[in-house]
Design a protein around this ligand. Structure first.
Ligand code: ATP
Ligand code: MG
Length: 379
């Protein structure tokens, strides 16, 4: 546990409150994985949390839901009062939360047994058999899956996401409820769906899980997914969002990604990869450099990866790409050995035209990328 988390626990305990790390960080710690974030739960009320940390920065992240973010050494930690959640009648937010003095009540509101463990001075607190499920690689709802999914349908997608990321199996009654209720995930906000879906498709078992739960995932997220033979190939791709999204949505890529509320940068990268993947492979260094100049190395590399999933032999193109990048050969204006300032020209569009002309000459091998030689070429 990092020092800043220990300090938060110690501070709360010194004031007579209970305090534990809880949820994902306990799970990841036991799996030997680096937790993404550290969450603390405590018997202190939000006001008491703020009082306890009056000497450091705190943010009222969700006072109504009992969460105060405590910032120590620039590291934010969410500190949340023990609570039980009411019903989620809109499938999105608990209608009301109730603070409780009882850790077990707080653990009971959590989604899966492996996420319902806390760790404190007495060691691991595990009222729902999370440790056994973690050891056996099982994802199981805390309590009745039907009820838990009706309270918050996002849990359906979270189950599938964890199966993909951790390589776990979903327990039978949890799985049956997933199949039955996948359709209600649609009522959850697209932003929450996007977060889980993105983690799902980057998981080490993405191919297997997308194939196995294809119907359910389509019901939950909306757009059609390719057939299983194609889906399985996602594991051949690097764990990067844009390239994996290109494989998943071969038709109407942009519309699908907009519908799923991906950010513009991701959509742009995916669209560039998609467009390039539809063109013939570059067959020599000049055409490769022209592609690099137009779309950048990330898109070119991504498009080669996509071509490979269609069983195209990309080995020559890949070797050529690696060679150009590793040896630092010039394909872009910022690698050119002269800049606009070297040209002694009045500022204006002509400067760009001259520089681009020089870059053409360098890429086509007519001039070396050397300042003197380039300036001579201009004269
Ligand atoms: P990650 O590694 O992606 O952060 P996580 O399990 O930590 O996974 P968080 O969203 O950080 O996910 O949530 C922290 C904890 O809060 C979970 O481990 C779980 O105990 C609880 N939790 C999160 N989302 C839900 C939910 N929709 N329903 C019930 N409990 C939830
Ligand atoms: Mg987390």
């Amino acid at each position: 546990m990092p020092e800043y988390v220990k300090r938060i626990i110690r501070t709360l305990e010194d004031r007579g409150y209970e305090a534990y790390i809880v949820g994902g960080c306990v799970r990841d710690g036991m799996l030997g994985r680096q937790p993404e974030d550290w969450d603390v739960c405590t018997s202190a009320t939000p006001e008491e949390i703020k009082e306890s940390f009056s000497d450091v920065k705190t943010v009222d992240t969700g006072i109504r839901h009992g969460t105060v973010t405590v910032v120590i050494d620039h590291e934010p930690v969410e500190v949340t009062t023990f609570r039980t959640d009411g019903k989620y009648s809109d499938g999105r937010h608990p209608d009301k939360v109730q603070f409780t003095k009882d850790l077990t009540g707080d653990l009971a509101r959590r989604d899966f047994t492996m996420n319902a463990m806390a760790y404190g001075p007495e060691g691991v607190i595990d009222p729902f058999g999370g440790l056994a499920d973690l050891t056996n690689g099982v994802i199981r709802c805390v309590g009745d899956p039907v009820k838990r999914f009706q309270e918050d349908a996002l849990r359906i997608l979270r189950a599938v996401r964890f199966a993909s990321v951790l390589g776990f199996e979903i327990e039978k009654s949890t799985e049956a409820a997933i199949s039955r209720f996948a359709g209600i995930v649609r009522y959850v906000s697209t932003e929450r769906i996007n977060t889980e879906f993105s983690k799902l498709i980057l998981g080490k078992n993405a191919g297997k899980i997308l194939t196995r739960y294809r119907e359910e995932i389509m019901e939950a997220t909306g757009p059609e997914l390719p057939l299983p033979t194609m889906l399985g190939k996602i594991d051949l791709l690097p764990a990067e969002l844009p390239v994996r999204l290109v494989l998943l949505y071969p038709a109407n890529l942009k519309d699908c990604l907009k519908g799923l509320k991906y950010d513009n940068a991701t959509i742009k990268k995916a669209a560039a990869i998609d467009a390039l993947a539809g063109e013939p492979l570059p067959f020599d260094e000049v055409s490769m450099k022209k592609l690099l100049r137009k779309d950048g190395p990330e898109a070119v590399r991504g498009s080669l990866e996509i071509c490979r999933t269609f069983d195209v032999d990309t080995s020559d193109a890949k070797a050529m790409l690696a060679d150009i990048l590793d040896s630092g050969q010039c394909y872009s204006l910022d690698q050119l050995a002269v800049t606009g300032a070297d040209l002694n020209m009045a500022p204006g569009p002509e400067v760009g035209q001259v520089l681009n002309g020089l870059l053409d000459a360098v890429i086509e091998g007519r001039v070396e990328n050397d300042k003197e030689k380039l300036l001579k070429e201009v004269r």
